[in-house]
Design a binder for this molecule. Structure first.
Ligand code: PEP
Length: 252
């Protein structure tokens, strides 16, 4: 039985005070949500303050990205995975489509970041997903296969236990166009087959595969009925504590 994960990505929104206020509001609203793991990813500048406010709660904290470098050094502007761990993060998002699209991140970089995160004791939410053109060109599966295989290159079976995959079709992120539960299920099952080929059916079966792309309180329950949908990575709808709590409490 896979425990669902509901994760919120606050992107480049919220100053420290707003982040803390949202975290404080969220905490009691999800305190009884034992059916899933909950993670929020504030901007770097708010991580420490939010992690402090959520200490002892059932809400984990994630970085939105980390450096490809796992050792300290002359890497201006970079934030190392150990620095995320140091301020209270348990997870890090790697390979988000906005990083791939606007900052030209490759699968090789996602792979280096994943390895750096694992080396420093973080769990990884590895984002994959095709663009509209790739879907229309019938290349969605080959693109997603490349991202999964590329992102996980060199990872052992033990490492896989700390990997969460987020399937986020680029055409669904921030657009209001959610994939249907059937479209999500189809790709999630495909991702699990790719993992089974690379590792084993048993190990693939234990990996949580989240859906991301315009998840809202009114579509989460439908997505969660699907066998291979193990939760959600939520952008816009995670910014408001009550809305995000409704998504977390999709089974209420
Ligand atoms: C995201 O940023 O990962 C995301 C899925 O955004 P949204 O929910 O706003 O589509």
């Amino acid at each position: 039985m896979r425990k669902p994960v509901i994760a919120g990505n606050w992107k480049m929104y919220k100053l420290v005070a707003e982040s803390v206020a949202t975290a404080i509001a969220l905490r009691p609203l999800v305190a009884n949500a034992n059916h899933c793991e909950i993670v929020i990813a504030p901007p770097f500048t708010s991580l420490k303050a939010v992690a402090d406010r959520l200490e002892g709660s059932n809400v984990g904290v994630a970085g939105q990205d980390c450096s490809t470098e796992s050792k300290h050094g002359a890497h201006t502007g970079e934030v190392g995975a150990d620095m995320l761990k140091d301020v209270g993060c348990s997870h890090v998002i790697v390979g988000h489509s906005e990083r791939r699209q606007y900052y030209f991140e490759s699968d090789a970089m996602a792979n280096q970041k994943t390895l750096a995160a694992l080396e420093n004791g973080l769990s990884v939410i590895l984002c994959v997903g095709e663009t509209l053109a790739q879907r229309e060109g019938r290349n969605a599966e080959s693109v997603v296969r490349g991202q999964v295989e590329g992102g996980l290159r060199g990872l052992t079976s033990t490492d896989l236990a700390r990997i969460i995959i987020a399937y986020e079709p680029v055409w669904a992120i921030g657009t209001g166009h959610t994939a249907s539960p059937e479209q999500a299920q189809e790709m999630h099952a495909f991702i699990r087959r790719v993992l089974a080929e690379r590792y084993s059916a048993e190990l693939a079966d234990a990996v949580r595969v989240l859906y991301g792309g315009s998840v809202k309180p009114d579509n989460i329950a439908g997505l969660m009925t699907k066998e291979d949908v193990d939760g959600a990575l939520v952008g816009g709808a995670s910014l408001d504590a009550e809305t995000f709590a409704q998504i977390v409490n999709y089974n209420a």
